[in-house]
Design a binder for this molecule. Structure first.
Ligand code: G6P
Ligand code: MN
Length: 441
């Protein structure tokens, strides 16, 4: 049986992850589950509810929450990390500052992602160091954002650490594709995919029997993107309005290269003008999350803790937690699962930097991950990827060298930013609000 610590215990996603872990007790049995966070009050809200949930549904699991790293990281097999350094209030700034200059305001893409990375890097490195100190045999499964730049930082700063960086977005897209194709579960899709995190393309998709899914899928994507025909698109009453828009926009991304099936995040790089025109500079995704998900989840957590029961709870096993459980299970029980992970390239994509952190299918077993060779990629994707890899590498170099110049270069090179002068204006604003978090440049 396994011992898991969730770093970022106070996240609005944590309760859903706990539900998912409990539902998977047969596949991935736990002996111990610990929450760790540096925000005690926030974590307490979620932990008080999860204590009730665990007691009711899986009393054999020893559950606790702590802000003490030694307690949290001792006797651990897996660290599941999803921290947000600076919280949602800093996310709001990451999104709103670029928008002020007519540039994409997004938590992982463009200047927002760069700002967030500068805060995340030390936070994630600290977790690795706790893990290596107190449980050197453990694995860290990291989905703290911005995953791509964080992954590059871990490659440079802790090259031997047992860390795997992952993202649920390809899984989320595959869920829709499975729906579109009439498959029961996205695990029925076998894929070939290459790129960076939030920046990639599928080249092959078959079902488990080897039947090619692409001809029918391409026809659908060309018309509807990833939304099922007839989905209510752009309904402003739906909290998921922006999500639906993104899924529909896949159709325009697809049109740019009909040979491949795109990750939806490419809209930020290929259609930044569209994205900005459809953004509200005064009310961004951070506001949506604070006003809806955070309020609802915390209210529900408090209700559970007060009532002392979660029998009637609306909290559901987080779908986006499913793949983390799958990954942990593959490492613990040697399942040789094929999964998309963010790993050092080392030739997996033949014609780009071997030292880039790429997202490709890997075989996962007790020995860790083994990337599959995706071969050479076309000029268009190669150009885009190399530009973005340079952005990410410059951010990590800027962080290490405390270099204003390199961070300015990183923003200048981002496909979302129109010029070096706009990059500079955004950078200066970001520096002003991130004083507490960034190294002094
Ligand atoms: C997906 C992505 C994450 C991203 C998240 C944002 O899960 O893979 O990288 O952070 O969506 O979700 P939110 O609902 O907070 O905007
Ligand atoms: Mn992601």
């Amino acid at each position: 049986k396994q011992s898991v610590v969730i770093a970022g215990g106070g996240s609005t996603y944590t309760a859903g992850i706990v539900m998912m872990l409990i539902e998977n007790q047969e596949k991935f049995p736990l002996r111990k589950l610990t929450f760790y966070d540096n925000d005690e009050q926030r974590q307490k809200i979620v932990a008080d509810a999860c204590e009730v949930i665990v007691r009711e549904r899986a009393p054999e699991i020893e559950f606790s929450a702590t802000t003490d790293p030694e307690k949290a990281f001792t006797d651990v097999d897996f660290v599941m990390a999803h921290i947000r350094v600076g919280g949602l209030s800093m996310r709001e700034k990451d999104e709103k500052i670029p928008l002020k200059y007519g540039v994409v305001g997004q938590e992982t893409c463009g200047p927002g992602g760069v700002a967030y990375a500068m805060r995340s890097i030390p936070g994630v490195i600290e977790l690795i160091d706790y893990m290596e100190k107190y449980s050197p045999k453990a694995w860290m499964l990291n989905y703290s954002n911005p995953a791509s730049i964080v992954a590059e930082a871990t490659r440079v700063l802790r090259p031997d650490a047992k860390i795997i960086n992952i993202c649920d977005m390809p899984v989320a897209i595959k869920k829709s594709i499975a729906d579109i194709m009439g498959l029961k579960h996205e695990n029925e899709i076998v894929e070939r995919y290459y790129g960076l995190n939030h920046f990639g393309w599928w080249t092959e998709m078959t079902d488990r029997q080897g039947n090619d899914l692409l001809p029918k899928l391409k026809e659908h994507v060309a018309k509807w993107g990833y939304s099922a025909a007839g989905d209510e698109l752009n309904n402003p009453l739906l909290e998921e309005a922006s999500w639906m828009d993104t899924f529909q926009k896949a159709k325009d991304i697809y049109a740019v290269d009909p040979e491949t099936i795109p990750n939806t995040y490419l809209k930020y790089y290929l259609f930044p003008d569209y994205v900005v025109a459809h953004s509200n500079p005064d009310y961004t995704r951070a506001n949506e999350v604070m006003d809806h998900r955070e309020k609802n989840v915390f209210a529900e957590c408090k209700r559970i803790a007060e009532n002392g029961t979660a029998k009637d709870t609306i909290i559901e096993a987080g779908e986006h937690a499913e793949f983390v459980v799958q990954l942990a299970g593959a490492l613990a029980y040697n399942t040789y699962e094929r999964m998309l992970l963010i790993v050092p390239n080392n030739g997996a994509i033949l014609n780009i930097d071997p030292k880039a952190m790429v997202e490709v299918p890997c075989i996962v077993s007790k020995r860790g991950y083994e990337p599959l060779a995706m071969g050479e990629i076309p000029q268009f994707q190669k150009g885009m990827i190399e530009q973005q890899v340079s952005v990410e590498k410059l951010v990590v170099q800027a962080y290490l060298e405390k270099s204003y110049q390199k961070l300015w270069q990183a923003l200048t090179l981002s496909k979302t930013v129109p010029s070096a002068s706009v990059a500079k204006e955004i950078l200066d604003d970001l520096i002003a609000v991130n004083k507490e978090y960034w190294p002094e440049l």
